[in-house]
Ligand binder design. Sequence first.
Ligand code: SAJ
Length: 440
Amino acid sequence: MSYREQLLTKFKDRTAIIGVIGLGYVGLPLAVETAKAGYKVIGIEVDLNKIKHVNAGENYIGDVDDAELAELTKAGKLRATSDFMELKAADVVAITVPTPLNKTGDPDMSFILDALEMMTDAIHAGMLVTLESTTYPGTTNEVVVPKLTSRGFKIGEDIFASFSPERVDPGNPHFHTQNTPKVVGGATLNCCDISVAFYETVIAKIIRVNSATAAEMVKLYENTFRAINIGLVNELAIMCNVLNVDVWEIVNAAATKPFGFMPFFPGPGLGGHCIPIDPSYLAWKLRSHNYRARFIELATEINSHMPDFVVDRIMDLMNKEHKALNGTKILLLGMSYKRDIDDVRESPSLDLLVQLRKKGAIVDYYDPYVPVIRDPLNEAIQIKSVELTAENIAKFDLVLISTDHKVIDYRLIADNAKLIFDSRNAMEKFPKGNARVVKL
Ligand code: SAJ
């Protein structure tokens, strides 16, 4: 029986053993769904804390159901370890590790390379390795396949490789790992057949593409589409300010077009671990082919400029109040990179905090999801979120709305703030209070 037939049989009767490297917001939900599909799952993690929690059935990822995780670990269907050699028993290994940018803004492939390195001695004939981490087109063929064939195995016959991008949207109430369509591309057609056969037993809908490179490109296109459209609407905000037109009115009216339009909204900048980063992986790869991805460059320039634009607008505002920004007391509302989550990675609020303080403003922040942050200017210092009370709000010269969490009491702010700079149009829904509101 060929390795292909062996694997297809093991998927059919769920006797395949599945390894998942990286038990973060992508890997843990995938490990849980795979175990729920009937497989025995070995989670590989370098963070001993995560290993302890998983093996104790204690969940730490919002999108995972606490009881399900507890039940699966209790039943021995899912366990975590730091020992990569346990992957010797695995028929499938999914790699779900981070792919950030390094200090020079280039792809940081160290997590993928470390995972491949650590699993080298566990690689065996008949194994499928499927990479899920967002990466530049060509990674599977140029990095993963050579690692797998370095021991003499023939790709597509003895060993199999695929790329299937993660599409996890943390906190999304409707879409989670099992019901989000999954794109799959293989290093060879046989690799794709086998990878599709595996994912079909775990995830509701599989979208097969012709190659691993195509699958890598799909993911980058999805998020580059967002980054560029956010860049466009941010430039629209700048243009509307020049023309003294309300950008929010423009976007909301344009959004009434029932076809051929998709609204994006301006804001103080582009945060998160996907949208600001994924397009740079694509641009970086194209540069190695002497091609400049100009839309990506321009969107990156505009999006990263938005905190400066907000600070300039605030300086003009205080100027009109005959008040220097230096010494102005500012309450920064919202520290996370987008509403209703606690993630501050690449958050524009951090840029605003740094820039305003550099100009001498006295800045505190309030964020119900982020009780404390490390001072971006001195990581040894912690900055705590202040209490949102009428008395506290009244102490500030300006309230800067940077992240529009739904749970914030905007009525309290409208009634007690003197001046509000609203970079998210959060106050739109509230009848005017005592405070003067200026919008992005
Ligand atoms: N943003 C705007 N204006 C917009 C939309 C977003 O300024 O109209 C800002 C946000 O405030 C944030 C940044 O852009 O700072 C990114 O926001 P996002 O809504 O794209 O959220 P992310 O970073 O969590 O993106 C994830 C992505 N999921 C995956 O890559 C699997 C993305 O593909 C999803 O479309 C997105 O979630 C989503 O729709 O929530």
